[in-house]
Write a protein that binds this ligand. Structure first.
Ligand code: SAM
Length: 620
């Protein structure tokens, strides 16, 4: 392989490929072995990979850059010992004195036997006409028998001495926040993202979308798109574009729902398979019962045993996820689900404990944001009632495995009649302000457009006209809900706010929404100030999730003033929040001083915000 960028690029490429092989090969081999797709009868597997540069360059000798070398050995004595992924081969990478396995996999203590995986022949992509290069060591058979290694080519050299290969992925640590999240974290992040996204999972929609309108012969999907853009003053091309946007949105929505239905059925199939094996085991051995059930299924599926076994491995993953994390974990899994189940890197006891601990939290969010998601389960005959009703923040999630608590109960010790009204937008207390909004910075103009004081771009509620992207998850083109939950703090602060997904530095966590009032004393209030008026935002009885944010002297968010459509807003902005962290803010010295003075003098409490700042730029 020739690198267009010279040696440095080739080195980088070699490192990258080496690191990927390091990550993936153990799992690929483990899967091949566990699926019974590998012929192994003793001997040793030695896997090597190099990159060649300078092939075909006149007068230059091809040079090899060593990438990876892996030795495979085990002490598992019989092929049947490899029927489950638990029977792990020991895999050694050339530069490592100790085996490097993905977390959660086990290592055979003293290798006395080797596998002979039949791997596909590695191809040398820039010279298709040459036979694929491979190195046969002992009984190792890679590719077909007629493809012998080219002894003159350096790709077949042993690479153990090259200490440069296999850069190991660094462990995540608080000092290294930018490193990649683990596979499990990615999977969990995918579930949260799709629960909080604007996705609608409703089987009724799937059926409706595909019903044709007989009289016009037009598919319903197109008809719907037509009606959505009706009345718009669009050109022909613009009209087609608009219709296609709506059609594409609807079809993505439908296909997302179908994907959830598919994994539900496949997970439930595994349960049916296991039940059938148990039934057959009354007359035969478990091994025979499994084989019989597989043969029965192969007939119905019209698949080969190999095909079915491959699929089963992945479907069992779906089944295990649903069993631990509940159906919501499976139904709302993101695009990484297949990969997560195929390579099974994270399929450990710890992973399933983690998923189990998240089960109620997933369900609170799924039930309150997607009231009809459980009806998808009817496809396999499971009828489940919605468990959590109301607003997502009507529920306080607790420690792993504990049932969520209705929000009012968590305040009963102070107020038996506590209730909370969830608001998307602040409300003006007309007794205090009449029809005037004291947050007004620029009086309403004829035009619906306002200029952003931070970025200078146009602001509008209409996403097609808005070009201000200061807080895109709050203003202009908001889609989905904020990925946060109210949770029971373990350290006596009553409730707090938990981040389900990470919030990058500079991203909005929410606007401080409540009742815009004035003259309150002896209450927790936020003070706002424009050139024209000073006002208070009170969240005691109504507001949004920012009401649950606790104080910290090392906070991971801060309040900032921002003007949206000529009205001052107070926005809680992330200073870098990791998924699963409590969101905290510094109420500031003023708050605590007033608070402690208040205890003595019983006076008002006011939270202060940082000086007016350039919203996202400052935080970033
Ligand atoms: C805006 S509320 C935060 C949510 C509150 N924990 C709750 O359960 O409703 C502010 C109140 O939370 C409590 N609080 C906030 N941060 C705290 C901290 N670091 N330590 C102790 N109590 C705290 C105080 O009682 C404070 O008056």
């Amino acid at each position: 392989m020739e690198s267009p960028g010279g040696t440095l690029d080739l080195d980088l490429l070699a490192r990258d490929i080496g690191s990927r092989i390091n990550e993936e090969l153990p799992n690929v081999l483990r899967q091949l072995l566990s699926n019974g797709q590998v012929d192994w009868s003793g001997g040793q597997l030695h896997f090597e990979c190099s990159l060649l540069s300078g092939i075909g360059r006149p007068g230059s000798r091809p040079q090899a850059v060593k990438v990876a070398s892996v030795e495979l050995a085990t002490d598992i004595g019989t092929p049947s010992g490899l029927q489950t992924p638990a029977a792990d081969p020991e895999i050694r990478h050339s530069q490592d004195p100790q085996p490097q396995l993905p977390s959660g996999t086990s290592v055979a203590p003293s290798p006395s036997r080797t596998f002979r995986p039949r791997l596909p022949a590695p191809s040398v992509s820039d010279d298709e006409s040459r036979p694929a290069k491979r190195r046969a060591t002992g009984g190792l058979r890679i590719g077909s028998a007629d493809q012998q290694p080219d002894a003159t080519n350096s790709i077949t050299r042993r690479l153990e001495s090259d200490g440069r290969v296999f850069p190991q992925r660094k462990k995540r640590s608080p000092d290294n926040p930018n490193l990649q999240p683990s596979t499990l974290e990615k999977f969990i992040g995918g579930v949260w993202e799709s629960i909080f996204s604007g996705v609608k999972l409703d089987p009724a929609e799937v059926i409706e979308q595909w019903q044709a309108i007989e009289s016009s012969g037009q598919p319903k999907l197109l008809m719907d798109a037509e009606s959505e853009i009706a009345g718009r003053d669009d050109s022909v091309v613009q009209g087609t574009f608009g219709r296609m946007n709506i059609l594409a949105r609807k079809i993505s929505q439908t296909s997302r729902t179908c994907r959830s239905l598919e994994v539900i059925v496949q997970a439930r199939w595994v349960q049916a398979f296991d039940d059938r094996v148990i039934e057959l085991t009354s007359n035969m051995t478990k091994e025979k019962a499994k084989k019989t059930a597989i043969s029965e299924a192969c007939v119905d599926f019209n698949w080969s045993e190999k095909e079915l076994r491959n699929k089963m491995g992945i479907w069992r993953g779906y089944h295990d996820i649903a069993k631990a994390g509940g159906w919501a974990a499976l139904v709302f899994a993101g695009m990484g689900l297949y990969r997560f189940c195929k390579y099974r890197v994270s399929f450990t006891e710890e992973t399933f404990q983690t998923l189990k601990g998240l089960r109620h939290r997933f369900e609170v969010a799924a039930d309150t944001l997607h009231p009809r998601w459980r009806s998808l389960l009817a496809i396999v005959g499971i009828i489940e009632e919605r468990k959590y009703t109301g607003h997502p923040h009507d529920w306080v999630v607790c420690g792993p495995n504990d049932e969520p608590i209705p929000l009012p109960i968590t305040y009963h010790q102070w107020d038996k009649n506590f209730s909370y009204n969830h608001l998307d937008e602040s409300l003006i207390d007309e007794d205090a302000w009449g029809l005037f909004d004291p947050r007004t910075v620029t009086p309403p103009s004829e035009s619906s457009l306002h200029r952003c004081t931070v970025c200078g771009e146009d602001q509008s509620e209409d996403p097609r006209l808005n070009s201000c992207a200061c807080f895109p998850n709050l203003y202009g083109a908001k889609a989905g809900s904020m990925p946060v939950q109210v949770y029971r703090t373990p350290n006596g602060k009553n409730n707090g706010l938990l981040a389900c997904c990470s919030f990058e530095r500079g991203m909005a966590v929410g606007e401080f929404v409540g009742e815009i009032t004035s003259g309150l004393s002896n209450m927790d209030v936020m003070v706002g100030q424009t050139e024209r008026a000073a006002y208070q935002i009170w969240q005691g009885k109504q507001g949004n999730h920012t009401r649950f944010v606790n104080h910290s002297c090392q906070p991971n968010s801060q309040f900032e003033r921002f003007v949206w459509l000529g009205t001052q807003r107070i926005v809680l902005v992330s200073k870098g929040i990791e998924a699963g962290e409590e969101i905290t803010v510094d109420y500031s010295d003023t708050y605590w001083k007033v608070k402690s003075r208040q205890r003595m003098l019983v006076q008002s409490t006011e939270m202060s915000i940082s000086q007016p700042k350039q919203a996202s730029t400052d935080a970033a």
